[in-house]
Design a protein around this ligand. Structure first.
Ligand code: FE2
Length: 216
């Protein structure tokens, strides 16, 4: 996956294993860091690798983050940006409250693939409210390009039309099943929403995360 991504023009990958997910709790950071180190050694120079996580939102999340050093939770590339995953069924705590509380504590929450969450993806007003509460939005490249079907591509395209998206990510899982396909999504965004939008979603905003700067 790393070699495919590098060949497609990706300079840096933030690896985001699940955390606090019922099936993959994954809060032993030492083990994750050593796996990343092994991968780095196998790859050489490109692409650059950083560690992060896709953190499941549950009712204990805010409390766990308060314990910073002991929580084992990983921000994206050591920044103040956190990648959060809401449950698709809409169970769990109110995302507005989560976004608001995290912002108050100096975090910058990014919500992963809102297009898969019916209460958000299909409701531009709800998305706007969550952004106003301090949330940033990241869609999956394949959602936009039609990998998951035409109706999800339409939902995702509508979110871009409304200017509600800050990041596009690969959500890559393997070379066959959900491969890294950012280049296709980036080309499509350039085509349909213009060069500036493509730069912002695929280059400038992700770079701001890695460099731990606010989005411009
Ligand atoms: Fe996810």
């Amino acid at each position: 996956m790393c070699r495919l991504a590098a060949a497609a023009g990706c300079d840096v990958i933030v690896a985001t294993p699940h955390q606090r997910h019922p099936n993959w709790w994954n809060c032993e950071t030492g083990r994750l860091e050593s796996r990343l180190e092994d991968l780095r050694a196998a790859l050489g120079q490109r692409p650059g690798l950083a560690l992060g996580a896709e953190i499941r939102v549950d009712s204990g999340l805010l409390e766990a983050l308060g314990a910073t050093d002991e929580s084992g939770l990983l921000s994206l590339a050591g920044s103040r940006y956190l990648l959060l995953e809401l449950s698709r069924e809409g169970s769990g705590p109110d995302p507005h409250e989560i976004a608001h509380e995290l912002r108050l504590n100096g975090w910058r929450p990014i919500f992963a693939h809102p297009e898969f969450i019916p209460a958000l993806g299909a409701d531009a007003a709800a998305m706007q409210e969550l952004i106003e509460a301090g949330g940033l939005m990241q869609v999956t490249a394949g959602s936009l390009t039609g990998r998951f079907g035409r109706s999800l591509a339409r939902v995702t395209g509508d979110l871009l039309d409304h200017g509600l998206i800050h990041f596009v990510a690969s959500d890559a899982h393997s070379i066959r099943w959900r491969p890294p396909d950012l280049a296709d999504a980036c080309a499509m965004i350039t085509d349909r929403w213009g060069e500036r939008t493509a730069r912002r979603l695929c280059f400038d905003n992700p770079r701001a995360v890695i460099e731990d700067r606010p989005l411009s």
